[in-house]
Design a protein around this ligand. Structure first.
Ligand code: FES
Ligand code: FES
Length: 203
């Protein structure tokens, strides 16, 4: 399931861990400042540094340590708690956000990397009190039980429908394959997504 996220975002949990691991080994030998110098980049951290994040069209200025993930920044600093922390290791999709039109696992993406990018969360899908068509379809098709996975599924579905307004079953399955539902709502979620593509939930 994680492979879909890799292909869409170009930055997988594996890449994340390999980068952190390699940097850690190098830092142990040279010290983090000299590693950065050797790589021709300016060192930041380990203390908090100022960053700017554009979340749902609003610019937020905050100070975070470079190790802070987008999910931590959203939930702990910005009070955006719609995206859920379930596995916290890039395997369940409950934390799915959309960055520049593509889905990412926010628990496995560093906030500092997302400066200058268009970050969208579940809070940004509604227009006032009007639910996004995908959300309406989830309600109509009863595509949620405990609901913990639901924000992530909705974000993956929204990103899919922006790329493919009338997705095929195969496209929908592929788009959702990075999201896990322990309650087993898959059939109803798939139906909700396909019906949204047909405009059924809008009518
Ligand atoms: S909480 Fe991020 S993938 Fe599970
Ligand atoms: S509705 Fe409970 S985990 Fe999906």
């Amino acid at each position: 399931m994680a492979s879909k996220k890799k292909s869409e975002s170009g930055f997988s949990r594996r890449t994340f861990l390999k980068t952190v691991g390699a940097s850690g080994v190098a830092a142990g030998v040279l010290g983090s400042g000299r590693v950065a110098e050797a790589q021709g980049v300016n060192a930041v951290g380990p203390g908090a540094v100022p960053i700017r994040l554009t979340i749902n069209g609003t610019v937020h200025r905050l100070e975070v340590e470079p190790r802070v993930t987008l999910l931590d920044a959203l939930r702990d600093r910005l009070n955006h708690t719609g995206l859920k922390r379930v596995c916290d290791r890039g395997s369940c999709g409950a934390c799915t956000a959309i960055v520049d039109g593509r889905t990412i696992y926010s628990c496995s993406t560093l906030a500092i990397e997302l400066q200058g990018k268009d970050v969208r969360t579940i809070e940004g899908l509604t227009e006032g009190t009007v639910l996004h068509p995908v959300q309406q379809a989830f309600v109509k098709h009863d595509g949620t039980m405990c609901g913990f996975c639901t924000p992530g599924f909705v974000m993956s579905a929204a990103a899919l429908l922006e790329r493919y307004p009338k997705p095929t079953v195969e496209q929908a399955r592929e788009a959702l394959d990075g999201n896990i539902c322990r309650c087993g709502t898959y059939t109803k979620v798939l139906q909700a997504v396909l019906d949204t593509g047909k405009g059924v939930s809008r009518g």
